[in-house]
Design a protein around this ligand. Structure first.
Ligand code: SF4
Ligand code: SF4
Length: 115
């Protein structure tokens, strides 16, 4: 069985377009949305992402909705499908940001299949 794991130097989920993430938006309250707005640069990327290295610069204090291990349990599909749901979400993000054949996608597939 495949297990979800975040990979280093990715950050594909750190670009926000909540219109594309209806399922996520429904889980956020008003203060979360205000926080997201304050974190988002004009081009959609989170201002806390070190873009060169694709690393979160506030990792230890990142918002609750960035903490996949905690936030995931609020999704019905996670409770039903477990890590498969998370893996599919990551693949969607990686594909839309870097492409289906990107280095990040290859690394992600290898990482999740080796568990
Ligand atoms: S898209 Fe997935 S693998 Fe990439 S940074 Fe986000 S959680 Fe990690
Ligand atoms: S706070 Fe960190 S994990 Fe959350 S979107 Fe920004 S860079 Fe990504």
């Amino acid at each position: 069985m495949k297990s979800w794991s975040c990979i280093e130097n990715c950050g594909a989920c750190c670009k926000f377009d909540l219109h594309d993430r209806e399922g996520v938006m429904n889980k956020l309250n008003r203060s979360d949305l205000i926080l997201i707005e304050s974190m988002t640069c004009k081009d959609g990327w989170c201002k806390y992402l070190d873009r060169k290295n694709k690393r979160c610069t506030i990792y230890e204090s990142r918002p609750h909705f960035c903490q996949v291990d905690k936030f995931s349990s609020s999704f019905k599909d996670y409770l039903k499908y477990g890590d498969k749901f998370l893996i599919d979400c990551c693949k969607q993000h990686i594909s839309s940001i870097y492409g289906k054949k990107s280095k990040q996608m290859q690394i992600f597939k290898i990482t999740t299949s080796n568990k």
